[in-house]
Design a protein around this ligand. Structure first.
Ligand SMILES: *Cc1c(COP(=O)(O)O)cnc(C)c1O
Ligand code: SF4
Length: 339
């Protein structure tokens, strides 16, 4: 009986697995700590911190955390902390002044030749260091109506040759929507490249399934995916398999990390990350200095230390495994190098 049921699995089952993972997130800090064999009573998280930016983490990512280690580098990225209510001078609410680059809902035009399209308002995770934790997503909820306007606008901008799906996390959107949008973009002759900035394949590798590969691999556009991975422990066999599928579909894979105190602020951690990325077929691209948004100051690594770390990496690794150390400065037409 049961083998009969298995044999009759609906062809869409794999497509729905990631959606199940995204609807079965851990949102209760107690549950997260207990799963890791940690005592919830040892950790105090103020209610206002949780309310302002709730805990949200997919289970496949939690499975890569080390049980019993309260300083686990993956746990620290997602566990709310009392330090988030610190009011730190020099830290704002829209540190990149993104509100100024919002020519119309759903579009951010900050860089020459490329444009960011907000493909999904939410993420599969809440990273505690997130620079968009205060972004007015309600005013930028993407959908076909907004995308139609974006497409009309794009068609009138011949200097733009690259569209970047951003968010939130674009791969939190359904393949149906993304396939539609990608197809429409590929009908605009001056667009040659599609880039996707996403953390979802690292969090939930089952996101890279047949349906995603179908619209991404078949597009006439050249495709680039920038995964946002901060630590070597984030890369397990499932992530490697997902990266291989993307590569086989012709996707160029790059990584962007954020330099985070307690998570990856040692030459050893950064070198291990570069090596693990390369083994998965991903090249390190950017190492980002933290964007100074209220609630994240406890993750900050100062710029001198950041430069030192890159110098150490340069001694240990071939040049192509050393990421570019950058900071985003509002109003600048590109990221600013810090070396
Ligand atoms: C920096 C950045 C870009 C632009 O990157 P370039 O490679 O400098 O063109 C796009 N999206 C996100 C999320 C970024 O952080
Ligand atoms: S995946 Fe990126 S945008 Fe989403 S919460 Fe994390 S840092 Fe923020």
């Amino acid at each position: 009986m049961s083998s009969l049921v298995l044999a009759r699995r609906h062809p869409d089952d794999s497509a729905r697995r990631w959606q199940q993972e995204l609807s079965n997130l851990i949102t209760d800090p107690k549950e997260l700590l207990q799963l890791l064999g940690l005592n919830p009573d040892d950790v105090s998280i103020p209610a206002d911190v949780l309310r302002a930016f709730p805990l949200k983490v997919p289970r496949p990512f939690v499975a890569r955390m080390r049980p019993g280690d309260a300083r686990d580098p993956l746990l620290l990225q997602v566990l709310p902390s009392a330090q988030e209510s610190d009011d730190t001078p020099g830290y704002g609410f829209d540190p990149l002044a993104e509100a100024d680059f919002n020519p119309q809902p759903g579009i951010l035009h900050k860089y020459q030749g490329r444009v960011l399209v907000l493909a999904a308002p939410h993420c599969a995770v809440h990273c505690r260091y997130c620079f968009r934790r205060h972004f007015p997503y309600e005013d930028n909820v993407p959908g076909r109506q907004v995308w139609e306007q974006s497409l009309q606008w794009l068609a009138t901008q011949p200097q733009i040759n690259e569209v970047i799906y951003s968010g939130g996390d674009p791969l939190a959107a359904s393949d149906k929507h993304l396939a539609w949008l990608t197809n429409r973009i590929s009908e605009i002759p001056h667009i040659g490249r599609l880039r996707i900035h996403t953390r979802t394949p690292v969090l939930v590798p089952s996101r890279v399934d047949d349906k995603l590969i179908a619209w991404l691999g078949d597009s006439r556009l050249q495709t680039v995916m920038v995964i946002h991975c901060n630590h070597a422990n984030e890369i397990d066999a499932d992530v490697i398999a997902a990266m291989h599928r993307l590569r086989d579909a012709g996707v160029t894979l790059l990584n962007q990390s954020v330099l985070l105190k307690g998570v990856n602020d040692s030459a050893q951690a950064l070198a291990a990350l570069s090596e693990a990325l390369f083994a998965a077929g991903v090249l390190p691209y950017y190492l980002h200095a933290l964007d100074k948004v209220q609630g994240v100051a406890h993750f900050d690594v100062n710029e001198d230390r950041a430069r030192e770390l890159i110098m150490e990496l340069k001694q240990q690794l071939p040049g192509y495994l050393v990421p570019r150390l950058v900071r985003e400065i509002p109003g600048e037409a590109s990221k600013t190098g810090l070396l």
